[in-house]
Design a protein around this ligand. Sequence first.
Ligand code: NI
Length: 170
Amino acid sequence: MAQLPILRYPDPRLHTVARPVAAVDERIRRLVDDMIETMYANEGVGLAATQVDVHERVIVMDTSDQHNQPLVLINPEIIESSAEFALGEEGCLSVPAIYDKVERHARVTVRALGRDGQSFELQAEGLTSVCVQHEMDHLIGKVFVEYLSNLKRDRIRTKMLKKTRDEQRG
Ligand code: NI
C-alpha cells in the first residue's frame, strides 16, 4: 500500500466530475487500499477518489469510534433521503484545519459496490450520513466550502493559497 497525495482546495481538479467504475478489479482494489491508508494517515473519516486526483466513483470512509471499520463505496447512489435536515460541522482533508456547519439530509440510504464488487445498501445517519453526502459531493466536483457564504469561501481560498505557498517556500 502507499499513501497518495491529496489535492488541496482551490485546486481546479477538485471540480472534476468522476466517472463510474467499470469493473472492480485489481487496479480498483489497489486504489481502495491506498485511499484507506491515506485516510488513516491523515486522520480523516472519509476520502473520495477525486481528492487523490483519480476521477472514478470511489469513496472510503470510517466513522467508527476506534477507526477500525473501513467502509468502501464504489459507484454509490443515494436511493432514499430523509425530508428532515440536520446541521453538522464538517471538515475536509482537501481544506485542512477549516471546519464549518453545513445542512444535509439527516438520513440517507445509499447503494454501492464494496471492495469485493458486491452490491450492498447502507442506511446512514449521524456522522455517517454527513460523510456519505460530503464524499458523494466530491465525486461530482463539489467541495463543502461551496455551501458557505462567498465571504467565507473567499477567506478560505486565500488562506489555503497562502498555506500552499508557504509550504512550497519551505
Ligand atoms: Ni472532503
